[in-house]
Design a protein around this ligand. Structure first.
Ligand SMILES: Nc1ncnc2c1ncn2[C@@H]1O[C@H](COP(=O)(O)OP(=O)(O)O)[C@@H](O)[C@H]1O
Ligand SMILES: [Mg+2]
Length: 349
C-alpha cells in the first residue's frame, strides 16, 4: 500500500520588521509542532535586511538567532509561478508556506503579494485583508461600518504633527480628557505605543509614535480588561472562547509581552457569559468584514460596565510560549499539530 503523500510545507521566519525576534520564537514553536510523518518540512529564514535563505540547521539556532551562521543557502524567487529556488537552481518543494512572521513586510500584505506573484499558496489572510488589518485606522473604519464599537480617535499624519503641533494639541485637548493613548497606525507588539497623562507626555508620545510609519492614532484611554479571541476558518469562521490578559503593568507594552513576567492570563476570560458571547460574535464580524482567511486574533477591551470596544486584529498572531492564539485554540480542544493541519487545510482549500 502506498504511504499517504506528504505535503511540502515551508515555514518562514524572521523578516525585516521590528518583530523579527518574536517571529523566531513563534516559528520555533510551530516547527517543533509540525508532524513530519505528514509534512515534508523546509525552513526559510529571512534576515532583518530582507534576504531569503533556505535553512537546514538546528531549530535551537532559530530560537537563539544564530541560524544565519548555520547551514544556509541563498534563495531566489521566480515570479512566473515557479516559486523558490536556491542559487544553484534547485527548486524548493513547496505546496504551502506558513509565514510565521509579524509586522511590516510580513503581516501587512506585502509578502502575501509576493506569494501571489509566485503562485505560492500560503497560510493566512490574502493581500487586501492583511493590508487593511495592519492599518489600525482602516480597521476602525471597517469595524464602525459593521456596527462594532471602537474607541474614539483622531487620525494624524506626519505633516500635521510636525507643522501644526499647537493646533493638533488644542484639538486633542478639547476632544479628550487625559490620559489619552497614542500609537502608530501600522505597528505591532506595542512598538511606539504610549499612554500620555498630560500635554507634555502627549507631545513626546506624538513625536515617538510618528517615527514609526508617519501616521498616528490618538485614542481615548480605555480602562478595561484586555480580551482576545482566536478566529479560524475561511468562509465560515468560528471564534474561540475569550482569553483575558492582565498585563500587571501600566499597559501591555513590548517588555510586558515578551520580557517581563508580570502578565497573567485567564481562559476563559473573567467576564459574564452574555458579554463573552457578544465579543465572540464581534470577532467573527470583524474577521468577515475585513475579508480575512485562515486565522486572526481579534482583540477587545471590556469595561467593568460591560462596554465592549474592538481594539485591533492580528492576521499573523504570535505563536510564542505565552501567545494567546495557540493557547485559545488548545483550549478549544485542538493540539498545536492539529492547528497546523487545519491552517494548512484552509490554505489549500
Ligand atoms: N485606547 C487605549 N486605551 C488604553 N490602552 C490601550 C489603548 N490602545 C492600546 N492600548 C494598550 O496598548 C497595547 C498595544 O496597543 P495595540 O493597539 O494592541 O497595538 P499593537 O499592535 O502594538 O499590539 C494594548 O494591548 C493595550 O494594553
Ligand atoms: Mg495589540
Amino acid at each position: 500500500m502506498n504511504a499517504l503523500k506528504k505535503i511540502n510545507l515551508c515555514i518562514m521566519f524572521g523578516g525585516s520588521s521590528s518583530e523579527y525576534e518574536v517571529s523566531l520564537l513563534s516559528a520555533y514553536n510551530v516547527i517543533k509542532a509540525v508532524d513530519t510523518e505528514k509534512y515534508n518540512l523546509s525552513k526559510i529564514g529571512v534576515t532583518r535586511s530582507g534576504v531569503f535563505y533556505l535553512y537546514s540547521g538546528s531549530d535551537e539556532c532559530i530560537k537563539n538567532d544564530t541560524w544565519q551562521t548555520q547551514s544556509v543557502q541563498k534563495l531566489c524567487v521566480r515570479l512566473d509561478g515557479g516559486g523558490f529556488f536556491t542559487e544553484n537552481g534547485e527548486k524548493v518543494p513547496c505546496d504551502v508556506v506558513f509565514p510565521v512572521m509579524h509586522g511590516e513586510y510580513c503581516e501587512d500584505g506585502k509578502l502575501q503579494g509576493l506569494f501571489d506573484m509566485c503562485g505560492i499558496k500560503y497560510v493566512g489572510c490574502g493581500v487586501t485583508a492583511s493590508a487593511a488589518s495592519m492599518n489600525k485606522y482602516l480597521t476602525k473604519l471597517v469595524a464602525e461600518n459593521w456596527n462594532v464599537p471602537v474607541a474614539r480617535y483622531v487620525h494624524l499624519k506626519r505633516r500635521r504633527i510636525e507643522n501644526h503641533l499647537p493646533l493638533v494639541i488644542s484639538e486633542i485637548n478639547s476632544a479628550f480628557e487625559y490620559p489619552v493613548f497614542v500609537k502608530p497606525v501600522s505597528a505591532g507588539s506595542s512598538v511606539g505605543a504610549y499612554k500620555a497623562d498630560d500635554e507634555r507626555e502627549l507631545i513626546s508620545a506624538l513625536h515617538g509614535a510618528v517615527k514609526i510609519g508617519g501616521e498616528v492614532l490618538v485614542e481615548e484611554y480605555i480602562k478595561a480588561k484586555e480580551i482576545e479571541v482566536a478566529v479560524c476558518g475561511n468562509d465560515e469562521p468560528t471564534a474561540s472562547v475569550c482569553g483575558e490578559i492582565n498585563p500587571g503593568a501600566e499597559f501591555y507594552d513590548y517588555d510586558t509581552k515578551y520580557k517581563n513576567d508580570t502578565a497573567s492570563y485567564y481562559i476563559p476570560a473573567r467576564i459574564p457569559d452574555d458579554i463573552s458571547k457578544r465579543v465572540r460574535e464581534y470577532a467573527v464580524r470583524v474577521f468577515r468584514a475585513l475579508g480575512c482567511r485562515g486565522l486572526s486574533r481579534v482583540d477587545f477591551f471590556v469595561q467593568d460596565n460591560g462596554n465592549i470596544v474592538f481594539n485591533e486584529i492580528n492576521t499573523l498572531p504570535g505563536f510564542t510560549n505565552i501567545s494567546m492564539y495557540p493557547t485559545l485554540m488548545n483550549d478549544m480542544g485542538m493540539t498545536t499539530p492539529e492547528i497546523i493541519d487545519e491552517l494548512v487545510r484552509l490554505a489549500l482549500e
